[in-house]
Ligand binder design. Structure first.
Ligand code: SF4
Length: 302
């Protein structure tokens, strides 16, 4: 019997790590996580029969199912390949980088990734998804005794709808307080108007600098849709922004309806007294993310 859609893949770590990392990339590219798929199905039921919104969600869900069955990318834009790695003392980040880079090349050859790395001056495509800054790595040493590799494929259309606000924003009348934060978050949804392939997940970083705030926002993509923020103020803010954004009527692919967003996830960082950034990262419905755990010569991919 073949594997089921949401089975946890597991096994002994192979001698050739590249092979394992190709599997991780294939799963990210072709098998959308359960939390996103379930939410799309729930929202489809909420849309009116015969509406453009319901039809759009239906097509999206069929597309996701076909990609899994045929083991082909969920979307033609397989995006930026991003890895966040937590590792214990003694793990070689250099070896990881080399193995993963080879795996990205192999996954591109196999068609799980579209060649997406373009020289920003010459316009030349490297043809294998590697280049300056690509694939993208973030390494964090931790005290646990296992390695965790989180991968995300971040599509260009959704990345283009991201935005960073510097408060106060006089044009929007948004001050350096919770009210101002709410104004700019909702402004970002209105501005997107369904571009970046709605519905998706709105990820927000409050505070930090221009880089750390955006990074904190992007890391929110890895959260499960139904988790609850441990910070009660942020939990309330996530709930309120989700409800209000879905009352704006933008809808799936901008066709109108109940479903502009699948979720809102918010992080906060300390900031300088002189700066107050609100960074918004938007992740489209093709929220391709997977986590691999490697422990005691055994791996799981989920
Ligand atoms: S925004 Fe997402 S769904 Fe739309 S084309 Fe890009 S990757 Fe694909």
């Amino acid at each position: 019997m073949g594997k089921n859609r949401f089975d946890v893949l597991s096994g002994k770590v192979p001698d050739d790590m590249k092979e394992l990392y190709v599997t991780l990339i294939r799963e990210a590219s072709t098998n959308l996580p359960k939390d996103i798929t379930d939410k799309l199905e729930i929202q489809k039921q909420k849309e009116q029969d015969g509406s453009q919104a319901k039809k759009a969600l239906d097509i999206i869900i069929k597309n996701i199912d076909m990609a899994y069955v045929k083991e082909t990318p969920i979307c033609q834009d397989t995006g930026t390949v991003i890895f966040h790695v937590h590792y214990p003392l003694g793990f070689s980040t250099l070896k990881f980088k080399n193995d993963i880079t080879e795996a990205v090349r192999e996954a591109t050859r196999k068609g799980y990734l579209r060649p997406n790395a373009v020289d920003s001056i010459t316009g030349k495509n490297s043809g294998d998804n590697t280049g300056l800054g690509l694939p993208s790595f973030y390494f964090h040493e931790w005290e646990k005794d296992y390695v965790e590799v989180k991968t995300m494929l971040k599509g260009g259309g959704s990345e283009n709808t991201g935005i960073q606000y510097s408060l106060p924003d006089t044009r929007l009348g948004a001050g350096r307080d919770l009210k101002g934060i709410k104004k700019v978050i909702l402004d970002s949804v209105v501005k997107a108007q369904g571009q970046g392939c709605a519905p998706g997940v709105l990820c927000v970083g409050i505070g930090g600098d221009r880089v750390s705030g955006a990074l904190a926002a992007k890391e929110q993509v890895f959260r499960e849709l139904d988790d609850v923020n441990p910070d009660p103020v942020l939990a309330e803010l996530e709930k309120e922004m989700y409800e209000k954004a879905n009352q704006l009527g933008v809808g799936p692919m901008g066709f109108g309806g109940e479903t502009s967003l699948l979720g809102v996830k918010i992080a906060k960082l300390h900031r300088l007294p002189a700066s107050f950034f609100v960074s918004v990262v938007y992740m489209c419905w093709a929220a391709r993310k997977k986590t691999m755990i490697i422990k005691d010569n055994h791996y799981t991919i989920q």
